[in-house]
Each structure stands twice: as C-alpha cells, then as structure tokens.
Write a protein of this length. Structure first.
Length: 215
C-alpha cells in the first residue's frame, strides 16, 4: 500500500486537508529527527504513510465519540496518540520515558499547533488521573499492557474501574488473547486492520464474562 498524496490517503481514511497538512509537517520533522534518534524502524521508513500514519488514523472512527481523557502508553514517535490529537481529540495524554522523544513530540506539537499533554515518565511511575481510554501500539504483549493498566488504576484513592483499552496488534494477536483469557475475563471486540492483513485492532473492556466479537 503506497500513499504519496492527500488523495491516496483519503482513499483509505478521510481527513481534512488541514489535518493532512499537519501530517506532512509531522512526517518531515520525523525524518529530520530520525537521523539522530531512532524514532521508527528503518525498515518502515519507505512505507511510512501506511505503516505509521494510516495505521494510527484508522483508530479515530472507533474513538471519535470518546470525550474524556485518552492516555497513550509508550507513545514513542507519537503513534497513535499524536495522530488522534491531530484528527480532533482534545484530551490526549502521551506517556513516554525517553526525554529526547518527548522533546521531538513537543516540537511536532508546536509546529502543527496540536495540543496534547506529554508525560516524560515510565508508565509504572505515572500518577493516576481519570481516563476513559488507554491506547498502545507495538509496546508489549496484551497481558503486560493489562498489568500496566491495572497498576495505573490501583493508584487511585477510590475504587476505579479499568478504562477501556484499544490496542493495535500483529499476527500473534490470537495467542496473546488466548494467554489473556487464561488469566482474566474480558470483553474483546476485534476490528479489521486496513494496514495489516494478519493483524487486528482489539477493543478491550474488563468484565465478568468473556465475549469475543468479530467485526
């Protein structure tokens, strides 16, 4: 899947021209910084528009009704959290432990006039605040991501429910689901990924009964 223009991008994900222009600035800044710090895999640079921008943008249709805080664990170069902010979410929190990557994220936000809250912190050290959704991409296996979410919520002074979770997963997703179900009970809704024919987008909610749905 090659994307070389606004028209190409909109064949797969409709965005405004203004949003796409922000993506252009994001892309140029990332390429500039990539020479000094490793923001994305070198193997993915050639297909960066599909592999990173479109891969992240496809989450917007699932998340667009969420009005509360969205926290992006292990944001790295800003995928998917910064993309979701550029597309319209106003309460995005990016969590990244690497200080240089946080500096990169701040520069992109400044250049594109995009508002996010950046937490230069390890996930396990992050102070609790109320969150409606947790996202992550290429960070850790599902059971580890659930551990992060539970540890974060356990810092609350009140008995809080674990937020909904939205994770982009590759071809090993079925094994990760199997391992997760053996330990906990969750509602897991699967969405087709438009960028990875072997992967899925997993929308997870902790509950008393396991219920796996396929879109």
């Amino acid at each position: 899947m090659k994307i070389n223009s606004y028209k190409d991008f909109c064949l797969f994900q409709n965005v405004s021209r203004e949003t796409y222009e922000k993506f252009i600035i994001f892309h140029k800044t990332l390429i500039k910084w990539q020479s000094s710090i490793n923001l994305i895999s070198k193997n993915s640079i050639e297909n960066i528009w599909a592999r990173h921008f479109l891969d992240s943008a496809q989450l917007y249709k699932i998340t667009k009704e969420i009005k509360g805080n969205i926290i992006d664990f292990g944001s790295g170069a800003g995928f998917p959290g910064l993309i979701l902010a550029m597309m319209g979410h106003t309460k995005i929190h990016l969590v990244e432990s690497d200080q240089k990557k946080c500096t990169f994220l701040r520069e992109v936000c400044m250049l594109t006039d995009t508002y996010v809250t950046i937490h230069n912190s390890r996930i396990e050290n992050l102070e609790y605040f109320e969150v409606d959704l947790i996202t992550a991409r290429a960070l850790a296996p599902l059971n580890k991501l659930i551990d992060y979410a539970e540890a974060f919520v356990n810092k609350s002074s009140t008995n809080q429910k674990i937020p909904k979770m939205l994770f982009l997963k590759g071809k090993s997703y079925r094994k990760e689901i199997s391992n997760l179900i053996q330990q906990e009970t969750f509602s897991i809704e699967e969405f087709v990924s438009i960028t990875d024919k072997f992967g899925k987008i997993l929308y997870i909610n902790k509950r008393n009964m396991v219920n796996i749905k396929n879109e």
